[in-house]
Design a protein around this ligand. Sequence first.
Ligand code: CTP
Length: 259
Amino acid sequence: VHTLRDRGFLIMEPATGALTSGDVGKGRFPDTTEILAEFARLTERKMDLVGKKVLITAGGTREAIDPIRFIGNRSSGKQGYAIARDAVARGAEVTLIAANVQLPDISGVHTIRVESAAQMFGELKTEFPKSHILAMTAAVADARPLQMANSKIKKSDYTNIELAQNPDLLAEISSMKTNQVVIAFAAETSHDESQALQKLAAKGADILYLNDVSSGEIFDQETTFGEIFLASGSRIKVAKTTKDTLAHQLLDQALLQLG
Ligand code: CTP
C-alpha cells in the first residue's frame, strides 16, 4: 500500500466492522455510497442525490387533429434533458417522460416516450408517487381537439377545430403530494412576477422558474435566463447561463427543500 501511495495511487481506507474471519475491526469493503462519495470528492463531482428518485417531464405534447395533423408547441426538451443529465450525474435514479423530443437518450436514465398530454398524465400518475423530486419542464398543450378524426380531414372541411380543455397535469399531480418537491416552469412572453407567484401557488409547486421567451432566445437554445421563485418567498435572478447550470441550480434548491 505504501508503494502504491508513493506511486501516486489514491487508496481508500477500509471500513470498520464485522470481518469474514469472524473478527471485528478495520478491513471491510467500504459501503458503495462511501466509494461514490469519495469518488465525488476526488473528482469534485457532487453525489448528493444518491438514493433520490427524480422525475422529469420534457418536450411538448402533441394533440392529434387527424392522423396527419396535430396541435403542438416549440419546446425542444433541452431544459428537461439538462436536469436529467445533472440528476443522474449526482447519483439520482432518474425517470424522464419525454414528449416528442428529438434528443438522444441519456445513459442511465429511464426514458418513457409519450405523445399527448393524456399519455403524459398517465405516466405521471404511475411515477410521481415513487419520486422525491418532480421537474415539470414539459410544455403541456392546454387544449386538444374535442375529437380526433380517424381519416385525414380534407381541406374543404378544415375550417375550424373544436377544442376541449386538457387538465392541468401539474396542479392535479401536486394534489397527490406526500413530501415531494415540485419544480414548475413558466414560459411567458413577459417577465410577469405576479403571474409567476400566482402560478406557483395555483400549481402547488415549491419552486418555479420563470423565463421570458418573447425574444425567441430560449426555445431550442443551449442558454436561458430568468428568475427562480421559491414558495418561501425568496427569489433568485438567473443571468444568461447554460441550461445545464440552471439544472444544477434548480436541483440544489430542490435538495435543500427535501431536507
Ligand atoms: N402545465 C401542466 N399542464 C398543463 C399546462 C401546464 O402541467 N395543462 C405545467 C407546465 O409543465 C409548467 C407549468 O404548468 O411546469 C406552467 O405552464 P404554463 O404553460 O406557463 O402555465 P398554464 O397553466 O398553461 O398557464 P397560462 O397558459 O394561463 O399562462
